[in-house]
Design a protein around this ligand. Sequence first.
Ligand SMILES: Cc1cc2nc3c(=O)[nH]c(=O)nc-3n(C[C@H](O)[C@H](O)[C@H](O)COP(=O)(O)OP(=O)(O)OC[C@H]3O[C@@H](n4cnc5c(N)ncnc54)[C@H](O)[C@@H]3O)c2cc1C
Length: 405
Amino acid sequence: MNQDGRIVVIGAGPVGLCLSLALAQAGIRVSLVEQLGEDNFLEQIPRAGTNHPATLEMYDRIGLYKRLEARGIIAPVFHYWDRPEHELVASFDHAVLKNDTPFPYVLQCERIKVVEEALAVAKEHELIDLYLQSTFEGFTQDANGVTATVTGKDGEEFKVSGDYIVSGEGARSIIRKELDIEFEGFTYSDRTLNIEVACDFRSLGYAERNYISDPVEWSNLFHWKGPPDRWRVHFPVAEEADEAEVVSLASLTDYMRRFLPMGMPFEILGSNLYTVHQRVAKKFRGGRAILCGDSGHVNSPIGAMGMNSGIHDAMNLADKLVGILRKETDDSVLDRYERQRRHVAITHTQAQTIRNKKMLAEKDPENRRRSLDQLRRTAEDPKLAREFLLRSSLIDSLREAEAIQ
Ligand SMILES: Cc1cc2nc3c(=O)[nH]c(=O)nc-3n(C[C@H](O)[C@H](O)[C@H](O)COP(=O)(O)OP(=O)(O)OC[C@H]3O[C@@H](n4cnc5c(N)ncnc54)[C@H](O)[C@@H]3O)c2cc1C
């Protein structure tokens, strides 16, 4: 069914693309505007990559799952380690969720592969008008619809109109700023260093996904499918450290030598240094303009929740926009979207990622011992482990949001 309405989506990140696919597959026309072009779309810095079970269900719904499975690593198990002791503290197996989801595992598949595959599907869809290399500048709205101003690849300005506009622009959303919506929260003073490295971490007992507690230098370690096969290791970096020095080959080599047993071979493939924010927009909606994904909430990547919860926003919003454009409901459902997804952003994504970082970086020996013991007990008890995994994989957040009217 092809409806008369049209949704303008800004940003072909994972959120904008999943939203566009869900809308188009329900018969809604979409104009999707993305500033990157064919020549640089795949040159984005490495970011997300762990896709939780509920997100895999959503990929399946929009025809992406099989394409992504082929490019990722199925990882049912993840670990918590104590770095000073090189001790495996807790091992969690998503298999305990086999009655909760058809996908009782995470898929290690980087954001760049998600957007590459989703863009390929979007290009084929007749209801998606794709504007690549086109920069969104601002928008106006009235009782009948919205109009976005866009600068095209040759510098020419043009307009794109629709019934609603959705910001999938990421954290620097112009739409959020134009709506004058506060982005409440804080920025961590330390930054995070990401090193991409080829190394046989499996021989050291690590799983595909590892959270590593250390009062001096916590880290995360994740495996990604090649070629070339590689791992991503995160370390904290002090606020005052000089960026050029931190990412020099000598410094990256030092980080890895400290992390690995003496003499263990490795090859550094890349790095980047980033600042981590914990922020949630005060509102997710201003009339016909709606925030989705990072435009509405950003968080620490520890726990792999940003992209996942953004895609959960997108699917929730798609269903509501489809209902509105089919005239099955009025647009007060968008206020419910805001109630549901702000609740998740604050009480699940924010709260859990803050707790995760605190636990990994804990310096007080007594607090540290207590929280590692608790993780150990949780992993050993199947009932507690299932409850833990329902939370960490965001299944709980979706169930809770469903109950919000
Ligand atoms: C190091 C790191 C690791 C992470 N790991 C994980 C993880 O494992 N799991 C997880 O769930 N999350 C993770 N995240 C978070 C995740 O990357 C983000 O939450 C996710 O990418 C947000 O998706 P989005 O589509 O909302 O925005 P983005 O991915 O930021 O995409 C926004 C898109 O909009 C485009 N755009 C922006 N402005 C304009 C404009 N004016 N005009 C046109 N186009 C525009 C951009 O070019 C981009 O394509 C991580 C983040 C970092 C930094």
